[in-house]
Design a protein around this ligand. Structure first.
Ligand SMILES: Cc1cc2nc3c(=O)[nH]c(=O)nc-3n(C[C@H](O)[C@H](O)[C@H](O)COP(=O)(O)OP(=O)(O)OC[C@H]3O[C@@H](n4cnc5c(N)ncnc54)[C@H](O)[C@@H]3O)c2cc1C
Length: 478
C-alpha cells in the first residue's frame, strides 16, 4: 500500500537518525521533541487527510508510474486537473493546520526535476531522468516527504559563487568518484527538514559556465552522514518547548540551517552535475511551482485569520460594528484574489516535453507579489479587529495561579454568555497567527525575495507582443 497513515509516517521518522542541534544542544529524539513534533504534526496532516472522507478524493490520485494510488504530494502534475488539485489541497491544508504544512516544497522539487532532467538528457544524452524516475518511484511507493534544499547561504551577495572568498558559500562538488560525488556547503531556511525523509537539492540561482561545480541537483536521506540540521529560532519557539501559551495547540513550523559537511551522494541520486545552462531553468521552475503552492496555503491561512477575527468580534461584543464587518469583507477579498491568481496559474498551465505540466509562471509570480503585501494587510486587519490582547495576554500559568487566576479571569471576560477561557484561547491563537516569524517572514521571502518575483515577471512577460498591439492601435508602421 503506497499511502501511509499519519502514525506510519511518524513511526517511519523514528527509524531515522539525523544529526540535529537546537539551542546549543544535540537533539537525538527528533519525534518527541515538542518544538519539532509540532512541525512533524503539521506534515502529518498531509498523511492524515489522505484517509479522511472529506479530503481523500482530492488528495489521493492514481500513479501510472507505480500503478497504485498515491498521495498527491508525491505526484508531479500530468494534467491541468493535477495543477488545480495542488492549489485546492494547499488551501484546505493551510486552513486545517493554520500554519505551513511543510510538504509542498518537496513536490515542487519533484515537479521541477520531472521537467528539467528530461530536457538535460535530450541535450547531453545523460541519464538524469532515469535516476529521477527511479527516485520518484521510491518516493511514491513509500509515501515519503522531501524538503527543498534550494537557498544557499550566499556569502557576499555582490559576488557569484566562484568569486566568493570562501568557495563553499554556495553548495558545490568537491570530489568526483567512481561511485558518486562529495558535496560541501550549506542551505538556509530549510522548512521541515527534520520532518522529511529526503532532502532534494537544487541550485539557488542562474550560473555561468565557470560555475560548473555549483550546477548540482540530487537527493539524499535526511540522516546521511555529514548532513547537520541546526534548528533556527522563531518568535514563539520556547512556548512549544515549555508546553505553555502555544496558541495553535496542534501545529507549528521550524526552519533549520542545513550544513553539508563533505557529504557523499551516489551517482544514481544525482540529477544534474555541471550543466550550468540548466541551473536557471531549475530555479525558475521550482520557484514558480512554489509560488503557486503559496497562493493555495496562504489563502487557507487567511481563512483562519477570518475565522479568528469573526470569533473575536462575537466574544467581545463587537459583531455589529460596521467598520469591523467591512474588514472581514476585505480579508475575504484578499483570500479569494490570492487563491484565484494561483488557480489561474494552474488553468493556464502547459504540457512540457517530458509530459509533466508546468503552471503559467507570470500568474504564479503575480500571485506571490500579491501575497507578500496582502498577507500583511490581512494580518493587520485581524489584529485591528481582535484588539491589544494579541500582544500581551497574561500567561496560562498566571491564569492558573491560585492567588491571581480568578481575578484575571474576571477582568478578561468579554461579551455576556461567552466563556472567558475560550476567549483567552482565541486570543492566544490570534497571537500565533500574526506573530509567528516562521510564517509571517515566509509570506515575504518564502519562494524567493519579492525582487526575485519581479525579475521573473519581467523575464516571462511578452513585452514585444504588447508593443506590437499598441503600434497597430496607434497606426505606427515601422
Ligand atoms: C520562513 C522561511 C522558510 C523558507 N523555506 C525554505 C525552504 O524550505 N527551502 C529553501 O531552499 N529556501 C527556503 N526559504 C528561503 C527563501 O527562499 C529565501 O529567504 C529568499 O530567497 C531570500 O534569500 P535570503 O534569505 O538569503 O535573503 P537575501 O538573499 O540576503 O536577500 C535580502 C534582500 O537583498 C536582496 N538581494 C540579495 N542579493 C542581491 C543582489 N545580488 N543584488 C540585489 N539585491 C539583492 C534581495 O532581493 C532581498 O530583498 C525560506 C525562507 C523563509 C523566510
Amino acid at each position: 500500500m503506497a499511502i501511509k497513515t499519519k502514525d506510519e509516517y511518524i513511526e517511519s521518522l523514528r527509524e531515522m537518525q539525523p544529526t540535529a542541534y537546537m539551542f546549543g544542544e544535540k537533539v537525538t529524539n527528533i519525534v518527541d521533541n515538542p518544538r519539532l513534533r509540532a512541525g512533524i504534526e503539521a506534515t502529518g496532516a498531509t498523511y492524515e487527510i489522505a484517509h479522511l472522507d472529506e479530503f481523500k478524493d482530492l488528495v489521493v490520485a492514481y500513479s501510472p508510474l507505480i500503478s497504485e494510488p498515491v498521495n498527491r504530494f508525491t505526484l508531479p502534475p500530468a494534467s491541468i486537473e493535477d495543477l488545480v488539485a495542488r492549489v485546492k489541497i494547499n488551501r484546505k491544508l493551510g486552513n486545517y493546520v493554520g500554519t505551513c504544512h511543510q510538504r509542498c516544497t518537496g513536490l515542487d522539487c519533484l515537479s521541477t526535476l520531472s521537467i528539467v532532467t528530461y530536457d538535460i538528457d535530450q541535450k547531453y544524452e545523460t541519464s538524469y531522468n532515469d535516476n529521477f524516475i527511479k527516485f520518484l518511484k521510491y518516493m511514491q511507493k513509500n509515501d515519503l516527504t522531501a524538503n527543498a534544499g534550494v537557498t544557499d547561504v550566499k556569502g557576499d551577495r555582490s559576488k557569484g559563487p566562484g568569486e566568493q572568498e570562501d568557495k563553499d558559500m554556495y553548495l558545490r562538488v568537491v570530489e568526483k568518484r567512481d561511485d558518486g560525488i562529495i558535496v560541501r556547503g550549506a542551505k538556509a531556511h530549510q522548512t521541515g527538514s527534520l520532518s522529511s525523509h529526503e532532502v532534494i537539492v537544487l541550485p539557488t540561482r542562474a550560473l555561468r559556465e565557470e560555475d560548473k561545480d555549483y550546477a548540482l541537483a540530487f537527493a539524499i536521506p535526511t540522516d546521511t552522514p555529514g548532513l547537520i540540521h541546526v534548528v533556527g529560532r522563531s518568535t514563539l519557539d520556547m512556548r512549544e518547548m515549555e508546553g505553555c501559551d502555544v496558541g495553535n495547540t496542534r501545529y507549528s513550523k521550524y526552519c533549520p540551517t542545513l550544513i553539508f559537511d563533505n557529504v557523499f551522494v551516489p551517482w544514481d541520486r544525482v540529477f544534474m552535475c555541471g550543466e550550468t545552462e540548466f541551473a536557471a531553468d531549475m530555479v525558475i521552475r521550482f520557484s514558480s511551482f512554489h509560488r503557486q503552492s503559496h497562493g493555495g496555503c496562504k489563502s487557507g491561512k487567511i481563512d483562519c485569520m477570518i475565522g479568528a477575527a469573526q470569533l473575536a468580534m462575537e466574544y467581545s461584543g463587537t459583531s455589529r460594528a460596521s467598520h469591523l464587518r467591512q474588514k472581514i469583507v476585505d480579508m475575504i477579498h484578499r483570500a479569494e484574489t490570492l487563491y484565484g491568481c494561483s488557480l489561474a496559474a494552474s488553468y493556464e498551465g502547459k504540457k512540457e516535453a517530458s509530459g509533466t505540466y508546468f503552471i503559467d509562471p507570470v500568474m504564479a509570480n503575480a500571485s506571490k507579489i500579491h501575497e507578500g503585501k496582502e498577507m500583511a494587510e490581512a494580518t493587520r486587519m485581524m489584529v485591528d479587529i481582535c484588539g491589544g490582547f494579541v500582544a500581551d495576554l497574561p500567561s496560562d500559568r498566571d491564569l492558573d495561579n491560585p492567588e491571581i487566576g480568578s481575578l484575571l479571569k474576571k477582568y478578561l471576560k468579554g461579551a455576556e454568555g461567552i466563556d472567558v477561557e475560550n476567549r483567552i484561547k482565541l486570543y492566544r491563537l490570534a497571537e500565533k497567527l500574526s506573530l509567528e516569524s516562521a510564517d509571517t517572514v515566509s509570506d515575504i521571502h518564502g519562494g524567493g525575495s519579492p525582487e526575485a518575483h519581479r525579475v521573473t515577471l519581467m523575464r516571462e512577460t511578452d513585452l514585444e507582443e504588447k508593443k506590437k498591439n499598441i503600434k497597430r492601435l496607434a497606426g505606427i508602421d515601422d
